[in-house]
Structure formats: C-alpha cells, structure tokens
Design a protein around this ligand. Structure first.
Ligand SMILES: [Zn+2]
Length: 96
C-alpha cells in the first residue's frame, strides 16, 4: 500500500497509507481532526538493494576493514601456460 502525504492547514504535513484505488483527497488530521488535503510529493524510492547502494555499502565497509584478496585477477586462472591471445601473429610481437 503506497504512502500518501497530506497537509493540515493548522498543524503540519503527515503521511498515511491508503490503497491506490481508494485514496481520498481529504482526510482528518490525526492531531487536530481538521480536514487535511492530499499533496503531491516526490515518491520515496528505496535505494536498498540497488547496485549503487551495494557499491556504496561495500566501499564504506572495506574502508574500515579491507577484504583479503586471494588473486589479482578474479575469474582468470593463474599460473603458466595461460595464453593472453590465441592469434598466432601475436607470437611474433616483441617481448618485454
Ligand atoms: Zn492538524
């Protein structure tokens, strides 16, 4: 059920949950019981679970306690014999 914001002319703004098909334009203020009109406001979108939130969470967590790194290239096998390229023409290029 979405949260809708209402504004009481006497008190202040407050929020209430209503079904989307039954949201009233006027409700009674929970404090002074005066009629309060629904106001349009920006939706409250949760950032939790998004990729940006996970990145910020992981970055802030690793700032105080760095993660232990097991390899330099995750997903790439270490050791000899791992070709960088399969093109035979690259074998003729100068080596460092
Ligand atoms: Zn009020």
């Amino acid at each position: 059920m979405p949260i809708y914001e209402f504004r009481c002319e006497i008190c202040a703004r407050f929020e209430q949950n209503h079904p989307m098909d039954l949201v009233p334009d006027l409700v009674d203020c929970p404090t002074c019981l005066a009629p309060a009109r629904r106001v349009m406001s920006a939706p409250h979108l949760s950032a939790a679970g998004s990729a940006a939130f996970r990145l910020v969470e992981k970055t802030s967590r690793s700032a105080a306690e760095p993660e232990v790194v097991q390899s330099t290239h995750p997903g790439r096998r270490s050791g000899r014999g791992t070709p960088v390229t399969a093109n035979p023409l690259h074998r003729k290029l100068p080596r460092p």
